[in-house]
Design a protein around this ligand. Sequence first.
Ligand code: C5P
Length: 229
Amino acid sequence: MSTTSYFALVPAAGGGSRMGASLPKQYLSLAGRPLIRHALATLCAVALIERVYVVLSPDDAHWPEDEFSDLAAKLRVLRCGGATRAESVANGLRAMSGVVAVDDWVLVHDAARACLSVDHVESLIRAVGNDAVGGILAVPVADTLKREAWGRIAATVPREDLWQAQTPQMFRHRMLSTALAAAPSVTDEAGAVESLGLKPKLVAADATNLKVTYPLDLQLAEWILANRK
Ligand code: C5P
């Protein structure tokens, strides 16, 4: 394993409109705590991670300071969210640059993936810690995929070699900053790094690392957290 340090960056400046709630989804209640608390607590519990940065919208009025006092040693709040997820990440990387060295690893994780476990994070770090490019957690696609046109099936997309990207996505600070500057409209960090002509590593995770997007996902996440050993 390399001697570089590990940091986490959690973009949490989105509104979560697909949830249909009045509160941004990261602040909805999940297992009795704000949803965002779960992933932040997990990342803070990973011994190798030095500091966990969370990126909020500059006008976020919901951040529940009191919920995080026990994580204060590692957690830092950055109020520099942007109009897109990629912009929030790029702004966060810039704000971290005084503390994080150019070759340090940054693990970017969606606040909405509340069921992330310490095991998930450690398996990513183990698999990618010596990699020249970086990598992401992902799961192989299990379902048959259909391309839609006007409500009907236009084509069946072969699922061999297809994976669903998750987070954390782990890249070195300088490479990720450069990639996001060159490809600002990507929907994940790996997409930006791929646009540099590089091939990030896929690290198999599992479906429990789901992204809470729709109301039903909240119930699934609650079940996963309650039943985890
Ligand atoms: O909306 P979606 O679930 O795809 O968002 C993924 C993550 O990106 C969430 O944690 C969300 O808060 C964050 N995000 C952000 N800034 C935005 C939009 C989304 O930090 N402008």
